[in-house]
Structures are given as C-alpha cells and as structure tokens.
Design a protein around this ligand. Sequence first.
Ligand code: FES
Ligand code: FE
Length: 430
Amino acid sequence: MDSSADLILDDRARGVFRVNRRAFTDPEILEKERREVFDKCWLYAGHESELAGPGAFFTRQVGGRPVIVARGADDRIRGFLNTCPHRGNIVCREGHGTARTFTCFYHAWSFNTAGELVGLPGAESYTAAFDRSAMGLRQVPKLENYRGMIFISYDSGICSLPDYLGEAQEYLDYMIDFGGAEVEIAQGAQAYSMKANWKLLVENSIDGYHAMSTHNRYFRQYLPDIGMDAAGWSGPKRIMGIGAALGNGHSMVQAPQRPTPLRGSAKAELEQIRANLVDKFGPDRAHRIADYTRNLFIFPNLILISLWHTVRTFYPVAPDYMEINAWALLPKNDSPELRQKRYENFISFLGPAGFGTPDDVTGLEGCQRGFATQQEFPWSDISRGMGEAAPTTTDELQMRAFWRRWNALMEGRSGPTDCRDRPEQSVAAE
Ligand code: FES
Ligand code: FE
C-alpha cells in the first residue's frame, strides 16, 4: 500500500479538513518525505552575512545531509556535501569559521574553498587511473541567493528560486526591507531539538489560535509589564489580521503592528526608519512593510517571524524528533541601543528561557505523545475558518495550505498546487 494514501481528508464543499495522525508517526512516511518533499524543494541553508569574506564558511544539516557553505577566494558562494570523496568522513567539523583549506580528519586529504583536492599524503601510491580532478568535494546540485538568503536544492531540475517563491517573494521582501538597510544574521544561533514531528512545528509557527492560550503569560502579563497594550492581541475578529495561502504551500499570518513600547532615542530611531522607508519605497509600500507583523512560511520548513525578526528552519531526524535552528535577522545600521532592544525582544519570547519557545516545545511534545492513541483516535482537525471568505490569523487556512502542498508532493503531483479553500480567496488588499 502507498504509505501516504488517505492521510488528508479535504472536503472543501462541507468545510472539513483532517490530517491522519499517522503522518506524524510513520517511519515510512518520513522516508517518503525525504524523497518527495525535502529532495524536491528549495531549502534555506543560511545567510550570506554569515560568510563575511573570502574563506568564510559555515556547516550545518540541510535536508538530511551535512553541507559546507563557503565563500571562495574568488568571492563566490558554493555549497558542498560535507563528505570526503576518499572514504566518506565529514570533511569540515567546525560549525563556522574562516579557512584556506578543509582538511579531512581521517587521512588528511585537503580541499580548497572551491572544493578542489589540493593535497593528499602519499599521492605516489595511486595508479595513473586515479583522477585527482574528480576527487574534489561534491557541490550541491543547486544553490541560489535571494537578497542574501542562500537556498540549496538537491533537485537539479528544480525551477528558479524566484519562481519557487512566487507570491511569497513580496512578503519576503517586506521581511528584509523593514529596517530600511541591509540585514544581517546577528552572531550566534539558537539550536535546539524537540521530541515531536517536524510538521507540528510548521503548524505551530503559523498558528495564531494557540497564542493566547499557550503563551498566556507573555501576552497577558509580560507585554503589559513592558508597556504594551495587550488588548489588541485577543479582540474581535476584525482586528485579528488574516491568515493566507500564498500558493504552492507558502502561507502567512499577518496582523496590524501594535504600537511599540520603546521610548527615548530608540523610539526616535524607529520613527526615522519609518520615514526613510516612505522616502525609499513611497507611502503605500512603506505602510505594507512597516505597519504589519507577519509570520511568513516558505514551504517546506522555513519560517520568518517579523515580530521577533527571526529566521527558523527545522528538520526531522526521526518521525518523533526534530532539530531546529533559529537566528535573528537584523538591520546592519541600527544603533547599538536599538540592536540591543531588538535582541531583548527576540530572546524574551523565543530564547531558550523565553516566554514562547519552552511553551511551544511542551505543546508539541504533548501532541506527539497523544498520537500514541492513533489507533483509537486517528484524525486531527484543521478545519477552523474553512467557511470564511477571509480567514483570520486564528483560523487554520495557512496550515491547510501547507498540508495541501505536502499532500500533492507526496502523491507525486509536482505541478502548481492551489492551496486555498475556495477559488475567490485572495490576500485581502489593505
Ligand atoms: Fe577523508 Fe580518508 S576519509 S581522507
Ligand atoms: Fe507559540
């Protein structure tokens, strides 16, 4: 039997959407996801600001493989599979740094930052058939850089990155332009793991419904304590913002920006940034950039959260275990004071001891534990807001968008996927 058949129940006419909990637990489904989803999509690997000059590199897991992303002596950014052409060892074991060569720990073959094999002990022991030029590091099939964001793909036939981003590209631009200057990844990453299926974090990252219940203390106590009006977070539907399907599994939640609690020079600096955005982009685009908060989800596993200027990816290790990386993406030109405020904002919610992340870990690990009952209780419900012409952030259209694309890929349908509940649904012009 096809291991992904009948996992999604999508009845647009009646407004019923269910996901079979086996999608979160079955090792065969994870294997199929690796081939049909992760091997066929563009995957965020990192940011060019992490590669400050020639020889700068970082290593991480991307799509189940260890990779090295390095800026060569020629300034070109390349992605390599982090495995030695000799007998397989990880070639670079550092997380990041600057290097002229990468030397394998095992037998000390060494490679330059363009991946060429430049040294091997005892070279004279090889025959004439040993082709040194074919023994370089293997590049990833595709690497593209969109405004500093480096994506890789293991599908050499995949469409261009801008085509892949489609409707999501405009919102990604807003995420990059908010500070009116180039952005960079602030040094350091939050790396953590969860005993939960990776798709639970997809859902959670665009789930406005859980915010007030799961993160009650942050919204009801912490924000008022620092001078933010919490009333706007849970009011009538009209101020809850929107949830939107952006095509091919990309989606977002978007809500009006709340007034900042900042005072003094940081507040004045923000006002100046806002004025500069108007000069640079005109009032309409400046409004769309600056006056909304968004969680933008890029299929299959990249989330950008504007409220905390966060970039996050996550990968499955096992059906019930994932590894997560989160970074702060901040404007380069901020004053040290504003930079500090943005940092504090980021870690107050998403840090390891923040008000948000530990709550979400608890929530998602709880779901995973609950899935042990799936024989008796096989379905999760994701139908909230299905009857609405314009679903809000607390509805679940943005999650259905993910699942519809996921389902299409798992069934081998790689063409465009209409992820909306109904054809006339579009992102409301505001
Ligand atoms: Fe790398 Fe032998 S495995 S040099
Ligand atoms: Fe949360």
